[in-house]
Design a protein around this ligand. Structure first.
Ligand code: AR6
Length: 169
């Protein structure tokens, strides 16, 4: 598995799947979630509504898949990251689950290339250094057991996340 970090906007990335950081309602929001729904168009929200009608809200650490609408990727994988509450609420495990479950869903959908944002490091306030460490560690563990995904790109929006992720890699 080829792992790399770039600085950029995930909505412009051509990959089999890009990962969105949603909230439990899957009804859109700010940050990367807002950017993905805006750029991808209403088809994404339509599918999210169907998923919620069928299975209810998305739990923290879990992931679901929809079309990517007008985006240059094939799928959007929506995962719900943990809100940082000081570190004693299982935040680390839940963040690792976001990466693991998103990768598993990518494999199920025959994706070979996948792009991730730095999950939970915006309004959910997860410390960026810890988050980068967990993201890279989880990715490497996954790649030891699975070789269907060929390329994973961390698309970092800000310089700090970019440098932290690059250093972890
Ligand atoms: N491309 C890549 N990364 C981005 C982009 C982009 N276009 N825009 C922002 N980021 P956040 P969270 C980075 O706040 O902390 C939403 O309202 C950003 O710099 O988007 O997981 C949801 O609905 C940061 O490093 O997500 C949830 O309610 C990272 O993406 C809540 O926010 C995550 O920031 C999720 O909070």
């Amino acid at each position: 598995m080829d792992l790399k970090a770039i600085k950029g906007d995930i909505t412009t990335i051509e990959a089999d799947a890009i990962v969105n950081v949603a909230n439990a309602s899957l009804m859109g929001g700010g940050g990367v979630d807002g950017a993905i729904h805006r750029a991808g168009g209403p088809e994404i929200l339509e599918e999210c509504k169907k998923i919620v009608a069928k299975q209810g809200k998305c739990k923290t650490g879990e992931a679901v898949v929809t079309t990517a609408g007008k985006l240059p990727s094939n799928y959007v994988i929506h995962t719900v990251g943990p809100v940082w509450k000081g570190g004693n609420k299982d935040e680390v495990q839940k963040l690792a689950n976001c990466y693991k479950n998103s990768l598993a869903l990518a494999v199920e959908n025959n994706c070979k290339t996948i792009a991730f944002p730095n999950i939970s490091t915006g309004v959910y306030d997860f410390p960026k250094d810890k988050a980068a460490e967990i993201a890279v560690k989880t990715m490497k563990m996954f790649s030891e057991r699975n070789n269907t995904i060929e390329k994973v790109v961390f698309v970092c929006f800000d310089e700090e996340n970019f440098n932290l992720t690059k250093n972890e890699l």
